[in-house]
Design a binder for this molecule. Structure first.
Ligand code: MN
Length: 253
């Protein structure tokens, strides 16, 4: 039985989440798939077990109640333990199905399972980033960025306040389930704010994530019900800007 991972973790991470490119899995693919350099996402993301050749749910980097009162513990528990877990399981299932197809299954289903890889793989990458993009308020979370990211925000948005207003409005106006991202464009190395629909559509190919917010209802409905704007405002109190600065530094190096 072939237990080789269908696709190398770095290769997958390089194209999912921010690129939204459906992947035709191949163990022989080089480090660039779908035109996206592997360097556009941070190195060392958790969430893959090399020994098993399977994706795994990484633990939260803090206690589930650590982001209160801004993000409540029950939401964190369900969001991480059930929703993110389902994306990990869905990604493993899709990759196994594609492996079975290569071993003689119905090739007509490659389109379906490739879409599943894109959806669940993006869900896994997005949430793994998302947990690390937050920290308890006053203990790494909230405030404003420093370093090269602060300079880039001033250059590209005129001021932090103008950036924040733009980011919050983008997050608030995503139609249905989706995300808003502050990203670095791979061509200009300038910052841009984009909206992602579902977990993988409408992205800027090769864009490197700096800050993202999940605006699916499962991210906020228990505490905020339909008031997404309240959730987006609360989120800004727990943004881990040091982590965002490190992502920006990696993307512009
Ligand atoms: Mn989510």
């Amino acid at each position: 039985m072939d237990t080789t991972p269908a696709i190398h973790r770095r290769d997958l991470i390089s194209v999912l989440g921010v690129a939204g490119v459906a992947v035709a899995a191949s163990a022989s693919q080089p480090r660039i798939i779908g035109g996206t350099p592997a360097s556009t996402l941070p190195k060392g993301l958790p969430g893959f077990d090399e020994a098993k050749g399977e994706y795994v749910l990484p633990p939260l980097p803090y206690d589930k109640a650590a982001l209160e009162p801004h993000i409540d513990a029950q939401t964190m528990e369900i969001h991480h333990g059930r929703h993110h877990k389902a994306y990990v399981d869905g990604l493993n299932k899709a990759l196994k199905a594609l492996r079975d197809i290569r071993d003689g299954g119905d090739a007509a289903l490659i389109k379906h399972w490739s879409r599943e890889v894109s959806f669940h793989g993006s869900g896994h990458v997005n949430h793994t980033l998302f947990w690390n993009m937050m920290a308890p308020a006053g203990k790494g979370g909230g405030g404003t960025p420093g370093g090269s990211l602060a300079k880039a925000i001033d250059r590209d948005f005129s001021s932090f306040d103008k950036f924040a207003a733009h980011f919050k409005a983008a997050a608030g106006s995503v139609e249905g389930g989706g995300w808003a991202w502050l990203v670095v464009c791979p061509i200009s190395k300038r910052l841009a704010i984009i909206q992602q629909e579902k977990q993988q559509d409408q992205m800027l190919t090769g864009a490197a994530p700096v800050l993202g917010i999940d605006v699916w209802e499962h991210a906020y409905y228990i505490k905020h019900q339909n008031k997404r704007t309240d959730y987006v405002t609360a989120f800004m109190n727990v943004v881990n800007w040091k982590y965002c600065e490190s992502l920006h530094d990696q993307a512009t190096a």
